[in-house]
Design a protein around this ligand. Structure first.
Ligand code: MGD
Ligand code: MGD
Ligand code: SF4
Ligand code: MO
Length: 729
C-alpha cells in the first residue's frame, strides 16, 4: 500500500491509562520503596560508590561521587540506575539450582523470570547430550577454552556488550587480534555504529562533538528518534534547564512520548510539582522517512534565507550538491514521504535557523533502519548548513546506549579499526594484524549459520535475544562448537543460545565489585575512574573480567609478545591504553592523579575538523521511497480483517535492553509485553477495538493473541516491545 499519510498530521489520541506527564512522583515512590527496603543500605552503598552508573551512557557518577555529573552538579542519579543496581544486588542463584532444572525447563522462562533467578555465582557448563548445566572447575574451563581457541583465526570470534570496563575491552581485542582474528562483534553493531560511520565520514571523528558543558550553552535541541525520558533520564534535566532559559526543543518521533511532551524531574522542585513542557514542537513523521523530513527542513531553510553560506564556503566541502538536492526536491514528494505538513516543517526550520546554537541528538529511531547512515548524514547536513558544528553550544550528539559502549569502540573492539590504533597494536604485538575483514554482529550470525565459526566468547550481553531474528540467532549459535559467556546475571541467551558441543557460563564481578580500578567512557567523551569494590556474594566463585581474560590470553599465547599475566594489574593495562589509543594519553596517570578527563580531540568548538583538509564534508543522501507491502504478501486473504502498518520496536519504561524489570509500561498505557500500540483511527478502520487480541504477522513469522492498545502513535505506524518481538520478526 503506498502510504497515504502525506497530509497534515493531526495529534493522535493517547489512551486513558497514560499519565499526563513523564517522570514525577512515581519515580520518587520507586526510590523510596527501594532505598527504604531491606536492600536499602546495600543500595545506598552502591549508589555512593565512586564509579560510573551501570546503566546508560549519559554518564553519571565517578570520582566526584555517585550522584554527580561531569559538571559537578549533584542529584544526577535516576531510577534506571537504582533498577540496574538492584538487579545486580540480588542474592546468588542457589548452588543446586542448575542440578534441579533441565535446560528445557529453563527455556520456558521469560526475560524477567531469568533475571530474577539472581546473580550467577559459580561457573557451569552444558555439554553435548546433557540435559543440565553442571558445575565446572577453573582448570577445566581454561583447558577447554584454550583448546577451543586453537582453531584457524577466522573461525574464532567474540561478541561484547558495553557494560564492561575499558580494560576488559582492551584485553579482549588484544587477545583476539593476537590470534590473527578481527572477529570482534559488538552490541554497537546493532546500536549506534551507523552514527560512528557517518560522523567519521563527515567530521573525521565518530563520536559526539558536544560536551555536557557545551549542551548547557545551547538554545535549541533537536531530538530525533530518541526517548530520553525512558532511556537517558538525566538528559531530561538538561532539556528542562534549556526550556527554563528560554531555549527550544524540537522532537521528531512517530510516537508521541508523554515524557517528551511534559516531564516532571525529581531533581528540580519546580519541575517536579508542575511538570515542564519539553517539546516546543513535536513532529511525527512516518517511520523510516527522516531523510525526507530533513531534506524538507533544509528546503525550508533555503527558502527563508537561513542557510549560512559563508560558513559552508569557509569550513565545509560538498555543500553545493546537498543544497541543490534540497532545492530541487518537490514539496509534494517531501510531505507525502514523511507525512509531516509543509507548515510544521517550516516552523521547525525557522526555529533551527534562528537559534544561536543548536545541538542535534538522536538514537535508535535513526540508527536502526536500512538507511541509517543516510539518516545521520541528513541530520548532520542540516547542522552544517546552519553553522551548528564546530561552535560552542552546538553540534551533533549521538545519544549512546550502554554505559561503556563508546569505550569498547575506543579500545579497538570494532571491525573498523582506526589506522593509528592498528599501527600502534602492530608495534605492541611485534607482528602485522590480520587484514581479513572481521565479522560484525550480523555477519557473525550469518557466518555461524553457515557453519563458519567454531568458538565464540561473549563478554556480557545477550547475543541471542538482541538479534533482530532470534530464531536465526538460536540456529546460528547452535552451529558454534564452543560458546563461552561472561555474565553477571542469567538471561535468555544462556538457555537458548547454546553451543553445539559445549556452553560455559562464567560468573563475573560487576563494575562496583572489581578488586581493581577500572575506567569507562561516557557518550559525552568523558572518562571516569571506578574505584575498587567488594561483592555482596559471600559464597561465590566469581572472577573479574580482566583476570579471566588475561589468564585465558596467557594460556593461549604464553608470554609472547606481551606479558599477559602482568595485565591482571589494570594499571598496566591503562599504561598500554595510553600508549596505543589516540586521545587516551591521560589514562596512563589516572591512578596517581585520579583526574577524570575528556578525551583529546573529540569535542569540537572551532570550525576546524579532524579531517585531512580540516573541513567537514556534507554528503547527499538518496531520497527514501517508502512503500508498505500489500496484506496478501503476509498470506492474509480477503475476508480477514487487517491492516498493514510500519512496526517500530521500542523499550518499555522498566527494562534494560533484553532484560525486563517490570512487565507493564505505564507512561504509554501498555499493560503487558504482548501488546501492539496503534493509532485509534487505524485500529477502527480495520475493525479492531481496544484490548482485542489480534495476530501480528511480519516478514519472518507471527505472534498470536497480541492485545491492541490505542496510543499516541501516528497513523500508519505501530509499536511493539523488543526483545519479545525479535523472536518472530
Ligand atoms: N532504561 C533504559 N535505558 C536504556 C536502555 C534500556 O533498555 N532501558 N538501553 C540503552 C541502550 S543500549 C540504548 S541504544 C539506548 C536506546 O535509547 P532510545 O533510542 O531512546 O530507545 P528506544 O526505546 O529504542 O527509542 C527509540 C525511539 O525512536 C522512535 N522511533 C522509531 N522509529 C523511528 C523513526 O523512523 N524515526 C524517528 N524519528 N523516530 C523513530 C521510537 O518511537 C522511540 O521513541 O538506551 C540506553 N538506555
Ligand atoms: N528489535 C530490536 N532489537 C534490538 C534493539 C532494538 O531497539 N530493537 N536494540 C539493540 C541495541 S541498541 C542493543 S545495545 C542490543 C543490546 O544487546 P546486549 O548488550 O547484547 O544485551 P543486554 O540485554 O544489554 O545484555 C544484558 C546482559 O548483560 C550481562 N551483564 C550486565 N552487566 C555486565 C557486566 O558488567 N559484565 C558482564 N560480563 N556482563 C554483564 C547480564 O548477564 C545481562 O543479562 O540489542 C539490540 N537489539
Ligand atoms: S541518566 Fe543514565 S547514567 Fe545517568 S543516572 Fe540515569 S541511567 Fe545512570
Ligand atoms: Mo544500544
Amino acid at each position: 500500500m503506498k502510504n497515504t499519510q502525506g497530509k497534515a498530521n493531526s495529534i493522535p489520541e493517547s489512551n486513558e491509562a497514560t499519565p499526563e506527564m513523564g517522570g514525577g512522583l512515581p519515580i520518587i515512590q520507586y526510590w523510596a520503596e527501594h532505598t527504604l527496603s531491606p536492600e536499602g543500605p546495600k543500595l545506598w552503598e552502591a549508589l555512593n560508590h565512586h564509579s560510573a552508573c551501570l546503566a546508560c551512557a549519559w554518564g553519571t557518577g565517578g570520582q566526584k561521587g555517585g550522584f554527580t555529573n561531569e559538571s559537578g552538579e549533584k542529584l544526577q542519579r535516576c531510577m534506571k540506575s537504582v533498577e540496574a543496581i538492584s538487579a545486580e544486588l540480588q542474592s546468588p542463584v542457589p548452588t543446586h539450582f542448575f542440578d534441579r532444572h533441565t535446560i528445557t525447563e529453563l527455556q520456558q522462562l521469560t526475560s524477567l523470570e531469568a533475571d530474577r533467578l539472581g546473580r550467577l555465582s559459580f561457573p557451569v557448563i552444558l555439554r553435548e547430550g546433557s540435559t543440565h548445566y553442571d558445575r565446572i572447575t577453573w582448570d577445566e574451563i581454561y583447558a577447554t577454552a584454550q583448546t577451543a581457541f586453537q582453531q584457524p583465526p577466522e573461525r574464532v570470534a567474540s561478541y561484547s556488550s558495553g557494560r564492561s570496563s575499558n580494560e576488559a575491552a582492551y584485553l579482549l581485542q588484544l587477545m583476539i587480534r593476537a590470534l590473527g582474528s578481527n572477529n570482534l562483534a559488538d552490541c554497537s553493531d546493532l546500536c549506534h555504529s551507523p552514527s560512528t560511520t557517518a560522523l567519521k565520514a563527515m567530521f573525521g571523528t565518530g563520536t559526539s562533538t558536544v560536551s555536557l558543558e557545551g549542551l548547557q550553552k545551547a538554545d535549541c535541541v533537536v531530538l530525533v528518534g530518541s526517548n530520553p525520558s525512558y532511556n537517558h533520564p538525566r538528559l531530561m534535566n538538561e532539556l528542562i534547564k534549556l526550556r527554563d532559559r528560554g531555549g527550544k526543543v524540537i522532537v521528531i518521533n512517530p510516537m508521541m512520548e508523554v515524557g517528551l511532551v511534559k516531564f516532571a524531574s525529581p531533581a528540580q522542585p519546580k519541575s517536579l510539582l508542575l511538570g515542564t513542557e519539553i517539546s516546543s514542537i513535536y513532529l511525527q513523521p512516518i517511520p523510516g522517512s527522516d531523510v525526507a523530513l530533513f531534506i524538507g527542513i533544509q528546503k525550508a531553510l533555503i527558502e527563508r534565507g537561513l542557510i549560512r553560506e559563508n560558513y559552508l564556503q569557509s569550513y565545509t566541502e560538498g555543500w553545493e550538491v546537498v543544497l541543490e538536492q534540497a532545492r530541487s526536491t518537490e514539496w509534494d514528494s517531501i510531505t507525502e514521504t514523511c507525512g509531516v505538513s509543509q507548515e510544521e516543517i517550516a516552523i521547525a526550520a525557522a526555529i533551527i535557523g534562528r537559534s544561536k546554537a543548536v545541538v542535534f541528538g538522536w538514537a535508535m529511531g535513526i540508527t536502526q533502519h536500512e538507511n541509517s547512515v543516510d539518516n545521520v548524514y541528513s541530520i548532520a547536513n542540516t547542522a552544517l548548513m546552519t553553522g551548528n558544528a564546530g561552535k560552542e553550544g552546538a553540534g551533533v550528539m549521538p545519544i549512546r546506549g550502554h554505559s561503556n559502549v563508546q569505550g569498547f569502540g575506543s579500545m579497538g573492539v570494532t571491525v573498523r579499526l582506526k589506522k593509528e590504533i592498528q599501527e600502534a597494536l602492530e608495534k605492541l604485538l611485534h607482528k602485522p594484524l590480520s587484514r581479513v575483514q572481521g565479522y560484525d554482529t550480523r555477519s557473525l550470525i550469518e557466518a555461524a549459520d553457515a557453519g563458519k565459526v567454531d568458538t565464540l566468547i561473549c563478554v556480557g550481553g545477550n547475543l541471542y535475544a538482541a538479534n533482530p531474528d532470534s530464531t536465526q540467532a538460536k540456529r546460528a549459535i547452535g552451529n558454534i562448537d564452543t560458546v563461552i559467556y561472561l555474565s553477571t546475571k542469567p538471561n535468555l541467551g544462556h538457555f537458548h543460545g547454546l553451543g553445539r558441543k559445549q556452553t560455559i557460563i562464567i560468573p563475573v564481578l560487576n563494575r562496583l565489585e572489581n578488586p581493581h580500578k577500572t575506567t569507562v567512557e561516557s557518550g559525552n567523551n568523558f572518562v571516569r575512574l571506578n574505584d575498587e569494590g567488594k561483592t555482596h556474594i559471600k559464597q561465590g566463585d566469581l572472577i573479574s573480567e580482566v583476570e579471566f581474560l588475561s589468564e585465558l590470553a596467557h594460556r593461549i599465547h604464553g608470554d609472547n609478545p606481551v606479558n599477559w599475566r602482568k595485565l591482571q594489574d589494570t594499571k598496566y593495562v591503562r599504561e598500554l591504553i595510553a600508549q596505543t589509543i589516540p586521545g587516551y594519553e591521560q589514562i596512563g596517570k589516572i591512578d596517581e592523579t585520579r583526574e577524570e578527563f575528556t578525551i583529546r580531540g573529540r569535542i569540537i568548538t572551532e570550525p576546524r575538523f579532524p579531517t585531512p583538509s580540516g573541513k567537514a564534508t556534507l554528503i547527499a543522501t538518496p531520497f527514501p521511497h517508502l512503500e508498505l507491502p500489500l496484506p496478501q504478501i503476509f498470506g492474509v486473504s480477503e475476508p480477514t480483517r487487517g491492516i498493514v502498518l510500519a512496526l517500530m520496536t521500542g523499550r518499555s519504561y522498566s527494562q534494560h535492553n533484553t532484560v525486563v524489570y517490570k512487565v507493564g509500561d505505564k507512561y504509554r498505557g501498555i499493560p503487558h509485553r504482548n501488546c501492539i500500540l496503534m493509532n485509534r483511527m487505524d485500529a477502527e478502520s480495520a475493525g479492531f477495538q481496544q484490548h482485542q487480541k489480534v495476530t501480528v504477522v511480519g516478514d519472518a513469522g507471527k505472534m498470536e493473541r497480541v492485545e491492541v492498545i490505542y496510543g499516541a502513535v501516528r497513523s500508519g505506524a505501530a509499536l511493539m516491545f523488543y526483545p519479545e518481538v525479535n523472536a518472530y520478526f
